[in-house]
Design a protein around this ligand. Sequence first.
Ligand SMILES: Cc1cc2nc3c(=O)[nH]c(=O)nc-3n(C[C@H](O)[C@H](O)[C@H](O)COP(=O)(O)O)c2cc1C
Length: 340
Amino acid sequence: MYPFFRPILFRSHPEVIHDKTISLLKWIGNSRFLFSVLGKLFRTSTDPIQLFGLTFPNRVGLAAGFDKKGEAIRGLESLGFGHIEIGTVTAQPQAGNPKPRIFRLVDDRALINSMGFPSPGAEAVVQNLRAGIPSKSVLGVNIGKNQATPLDQVEGDYIRLVEVFAGLADYIAVNISSPNTVGLRKLQSKIYLERLLKAIHTRRNELDKLSGKSTPVLVKLSPDLTDIELNEALDAILSAGMDGVIATNTTTDRTGLRSSSGTEGGGLSGAPLAELSTEMVKKITEWTGGSLPVIGVGGIMSVEDVSRKLEAGASLLQIYTGLVYKGPFFVRDLIKGIRG
Ligand SMILES: Cc1cc2nc3c(=O)[nH]c(=O)nc-3n(C[C@H](O)[C@H](O)[C@H](O)COP(=O)(O)O)c2cc1C
């Protein structure tokens, strides 16, 4: 069905369709009847996975950026996702970059986005999470700095976000790798990263002690790091006692694209990113001796792409662009494909 509808959907601007999809998923999530009908259609059972002290119903999750405000979590659960990462959420509300800021590269099965973290701010997201029927999927909250926050003051933003979400999220993802917030990716360098992650780790431990609940913290990395940069980032991540890594965010690389929109600025996702991000998963697994669990994300468009990420060492997977091109049955197909 989806290959038939896709060209019709693709006639409208990507962000317009995206907003409509979120509204639809929100509606589905709030209706016990629709949730149950769609759940029967889209969901499939498989052995759960234990990781970071959490139980994931399956290996396939939704990558950050799709549900930035945390308003459609239960609707997304009905599509079969084992975990859903909302955000990126910023401490204060901000509009993000001017539109248009999402482009389809149909010939490349890719997207370019320059969203720049549009976010209603932490407090509004908390209200969204408290409203509606709770979801059974594992919930990740991806956090980032406000555009206006200077790099030498980012700790304040991230600590505030950890304080707000430690009690609500099953895990927190520290985003220091989006290419659309000026200077953000510099936080991956040793001088910034060690200080930032140690501060997050200390605060997280204090909060865990108070609540008696432990909240794993993962770090999301860019696929554009050189080997030296990746090595330094991993040192900082390990020495700060982080629980895992999400590899990877979007790339600024534009090698081999065919679509005319390939020249747009921003981060590239989808098929052209697959090899680059799988290579990162492999390096991270090898260099850390498998001691740092990896969520593999980037260019998963088929079951074969999933197999490559798992072979490279990923424990869990996330998708975004694949969902746009393959439609809602894609989640179920991937889970079935992994199960064999
Ligand atoms: C429109 C769009 C918005 C995104 N926004 C975010 C974001 O806010 N935070 C983040 O960490 N990643 C964001 N991403 C990156 C995805 O989470 C993912 O890492 C990347 O798209 C690679 O996966 P894919 O090839 O399956 O799309 C975004 C991606 C897209 C396409």
